[in-house]
Design a protein around this ligand. Structure first.
Ligand SMILES: [Cu+2]
Length: 126
């Protein structure tokens, strides 16, 4: 009987572990200032934050992205960091999330995915 209880306890802890892993990305989505990445776009494409805050980027797809300072203009990549922009150069491998910033200066800042033409994000800091 003791053995049976031990086995049941083992199985229930495994189940709890799996549930915790499955909700990992959902927890990440609940953070403030969250922007999602799909295959080729940010949603939303623009976010407004307060000075000193970070942007939480959640990659919803099993695809890698490289996010950096700059923008796509007519399908041409234009690297560039505005004065006061947070330095951004982050690699995502798929179904992952990372925070960028903090952005400590007010202004409008362009970020882009260097991999996917047209994949732009505007961060407006108030
Ligand atoms: Cu991308």
């Amino acid at each position: 009987m003791k053995k049976l209880i031990a086995i049941l306890l083992l199985f229930s802890s495994i189940a709890i572990l799996f549930t915790a892993c499955a909700t990992g990305n959902a927890d990440a989505s609940n953070k403030p200032n969250t922007v999602h990445m799909k295959e080729l776009v940010f949603t939303p494409t623009s976010i407004t934050i307060e000075k000193g805050e970070k942007v939480n980027i959640v990659n919803d797809v099993p695809i890698g992205h490289i996010i950096a300072n700059g923008t796509w203009q007519n399908n041409a990549p234009k690297a560039g960091k505005e004065p006061g922009a947070a330095q951004v150069n982050i690699q995502f491998t798929g179904n992952d999330n990372q925070e960028i910033g903090p952005f400590s200066t007010a202004g409008t800042f362009q970020l882009y995915c260097t991999v996917h033409p047209g994949m732009n994000l505007t961060v407006i800091v108030k």
